[in-house]
Design a protein around this ligand. Structure first.
Ligand code: SF4
Ligand code: SF4
Length: 303
């Protein structure tokens, strides 16, 4: 059974599903969105994060690196072509400017850590959120985790990009899930391929199937669209998504305002910012947000 690396267990989360939650972020995603605000979650393997602003210039990394990849004298400190990700430097960097991204955790470790916050889940209608990255890249393992969480009395919420093997997820994960947030980013299949790396046929088919199964299987489904300037927040794209929801029968959605804080994370991983997004390091205006919401509300979709 393929096990994922965990990026973070985020307690007291109010943004990752109903109530107060612990969000478990897994590493690895089948999409490759140019705007990904969790760039550290794109790849399944562990990565080295370098925060230049935290470096105090002590030079320890140069002394411990067996590959001669770390050197204050070079731009970005670490030569990523030489770095073999042994993470020795992360253990000796005093201010944690160098950090390992992604660690192994057992199912029982996660269950135990999440269970410590059960009183908060109970009073708020919260629980545990499986997020990423994309949890369904590890359906067998994540399904076992979801089963164990429900056995311990915790409700499980899934955040997904929708790109998964439906039958497998339906059999192994959905029986233990009480609510789902699913991203619907771009309606046009060619534009989806251009900006997210894959065609959206499977995603849209899975949206239909999740909606159809939600009543019988007892989970709620909320499709959400991240608003990326000039890519997903256009009238054309949002109107096409609204029409799709009308056709399927979906009556509720959520729009996620653009979050420009991801630029810093990308730079720490040594990845360059895509040219399309260089000029938009700012939040959207409230007028723009209201305009986007109106595209759905004007057709009777709660947004
Ligand atoms: S992770 Fe290992 S190889 Fe890479 S810079 Fe650090 S010590 Fe050197
Ligand atoms: S060990 Fe950390 S603080 Fe010291 S030079 Fe290297 S990156 Fe900077």
């Amino acid at each position: 059974m393929k096990s994922p690396l965990v990026l973070e267990l985020k307690g007291n989360s109010l943004d990752d599903g109903p109530g107060i939650r612990t969000a478990v972020f897994f590493k690895g995603c089948p999409l490759s969105c140019v705007w990904c605000h969790n760039p550290e979650s794109k790849h399944t393997e562990a990565e080295l994060s370098v925060s230049l602003s935290d470096c105090i210039g002590c030079g320890t990394c140069k002394k411990v690196c067996p590959q001669k990849a770390a050197d204050l004298a070079q731009q970005g400190i670490v030569d990523r072509a030489k770095c073999v990700r042994c993470f020795l430097c992360t253990e000796s960097c005093p201010p944690k400017a160098l950090q390992r991204v992604g660690r192994e955790m057992s199912i029982e470790d996660i269950v135990k850590k999440c269970a410590a916050d059960k009183p908060f889940y109970e009073v708020s209608g919260g629980g545990v959120t499986l997020s990423g990255g994309e949890p369904t890249m590890f359906t067998d393992w994540v399904g076992e985790l979801a089963l164990r969480l429900t056995e311990e009395g915790m409700r499980v919420h899934l955040e997904t990009c929708g790109m998964f093997d439906y039958e497998k997820v339906r059999g192994k994960l959905l029986p233990y899930v009480s609510s789902i947030y699913m991203d619907v980013k771009i309606a046009d299949r060619e534009a989806h391929r251009k900006y997210c790396g894959v065609y959206n046929d499977v995603i849209l088919e899975n949206l239909r199937r999740l909606f159809a199964d939600s009543g019988e299987m007892g989970f709620s489904l909320l499709p959400r669209t991240p608003l990326i300037p000039e890519i997903t927040d256009t009238d054309e794209n949002l109107t096409a998504i609204m029409r799709l929801y009308k056709e399927i029968g979906i009556t509720r959605t959520e729009l996620l305002p653009y979050n420009p804080t991801w630029y810093g994370k990308t730079e720490k991983l040594g990845v360059s910012v895509p040219a399309e997004l260089e000029g938009v390091r700012h939040w959207q205006s409230s007028e723009k947000l209201e305009h986007c919401k109106d595209i759905f509300r004007s057709e009777g979709i709660d947004c």
